[in-house]
Each structure stands twice: as C-alpha cells, then as structure tokens.
Design a protein around this ligand. Sequence first.
Ligand SMILES: [Zn+2]
Length: 126
Amino acid sequence: MLKITRSSELLELARLNQASSECGTCNALMNPGWESVPGSFDLKLLKIIGTLRDEDKPETWEEYHPHGTNSWSADAPIAIGYHPYTRCDIYECMNCTRKYLRYGEYGGYYVDERVRPLNAEFIIEG
Ligand SMILES: [Zn+2]
C-alpha cells in the first residue's frame, strides 16, 4: 500500500485517474465534493491502494479553505496535512480504476463513510 506524504505523489496518482467511460460501478460516487457513501453502494467494490494517514503526526481538525469554500464544497481544496485529508485512505474502483479518497466520520453510534473523487484539479501543491 502506498503511503502518500507529498502533494506531488498524490498528484501523480490523481493523474492516473483518467478513466473516460461511464462506470456503472462507481457513478454514484462521482460528485466532486465530499459525500456520504450511499447506503446502497457496496464498499467492497473499492480497493484500497494507499493512505494519507500518518500515525506519527498529531491529529488535526484544521481545514484549508483560503478561497471561501467549506468542507462540502465541490471545489474545496484537497490539502495534504489538513482535515479531513489526514484521515483519508485512497481507493480505486475495481471496475474502472477511478481513484477516491475516503474516511470514516465517527458519529454517536455509527461511522459515516465519506468519499470524494481524487481530482488533480483540486490538489494543493506544497
Ligand atoms: Zn468505477
């Protein structure tokens, strides 16, 4: 499994995200911003390929929104080192190999699985 610690590495991965055809498997996940994984989606259809998590670093809740976005914005930056990216693993669709970021938001009694396509256009360099 890849351990991604730099934006350049993440960008490289995102640029592999070039599947052009429609994908019947993951088209429910293609909203550009963060979304809860639909209950009807089978998470086994995503294969983990890497992580942005670094157990050696302290947990951060700080988000990166220099241009007035919020964490749900379709065009929110993908910023390594900021919440929620410090908690994300990287997955690919087993059918079309599109790449996704995913993490679990812990609620009271359950984990809300959240997913966002890994889109090179939003990755912050640095
Ligand atoms: Zn797919």
